[in-house]
Ligand binder design. Structure first.
Ligand code: GTP
Ligand code: MG
Length: 197
């Protein structure tokens, strides 16, 4: 897919105020600092379209970006920042949970996972939440540039093996690097294919 335009539309804390247009929507979610905002910039080939930071907790609202005047890309706040794992159902801020439950335009959610990490409870719980709400999702393994090709393959094989204890069949997955642009075409082609069908 060729990116002809990418514009920031609005930020909201309540999904009720999100854009009303019935065009396909794709959302990025994952732990704070996993690289959600950076991936949006990489895909759109724009440096500062989405605000990024080395410190977790940068994105605080539901951010809508309109791409090619045809679809929305949504940058969400991360989960797992300054929260204890004991507070099970409160791991998502209320408004994030509401976004997923209310947003009818949502076509697919991308759950971002740092390529270096093993399956973590909070990610598994979030996938579970999506499953319970019948929301399709893919996994995106980010920051692949931080591992050698060998390490990456080993790590992802073991991640998927462990994930199989919870998810069968495995969701579609992508490998990306916002540093090098790795995975960009495959990712955009995936969205393009859905939009065309
Ligand atoms: P929150 O908004 O806080 O939830 O974080 P986020 O998931 O949006 O992460 P963000 O894109 O702000 O990136 C966090 C940090 O990781 C920044 O310092 C980025 O430069 C870095 N980063 C993101 N993606 C990559 C990547 O692919 N490779 C490398 N090496 N660093 C990355
Ligand atoms: Mg962010």
């Amino acid at each position: 897919m060729k990116i002809k335009s990418a514009e920031f539309v609005m930020s909201n804390s309540n999904v009720i105020n999100a854009p009303k247009e019935r065009i396909p929507e794709y959302a990025f979610i994952g732990r704070s600092n996993v690289g959600k905002s950076s991936l949006i910039n990489m895909l759109m080939e724009r440096k500062d379209l989405a605000k990024t930071s080395g410190k977790p907790g940068k994105t605080q609202l539901i951010n809508h970006f309109k791409i090619n005047d045809e679809w929305f890309l949504v940058d969400l706040p991360g989960y797992g920042y300054a929260q204890t794992s004991k507070k099970k159902r409160t791991i998502f801020q209320y408004f994030i949970e509401n976004y997923f439950k209310e947003r009818e335009q949502l076509v697919c959610t991308f759950v971002l996972i740092d390529s270096r990490h093993n399956p973590q409870k909070i990610d598994l719980e979030f996938m579970q939440f999506l499953g319970e709400n019948q929301l399709p999702f893919c996994i995106v393994f980010t920051k692949s540039d931080k591992l050698s090709a060998n390490q990456l393959e080993k790590q992802l094989t073991s991640y998927k093996k462990e994930l199989l204890n919870f998810w069968e069949p495995l969701p579609t997955s992508f490998i990306t690097s916002s540093e090098t642009g790795f995975g960009r075409k495959e990712f955009l082609d995936f969205i393009d294919n859905i939009n065309k069908n």
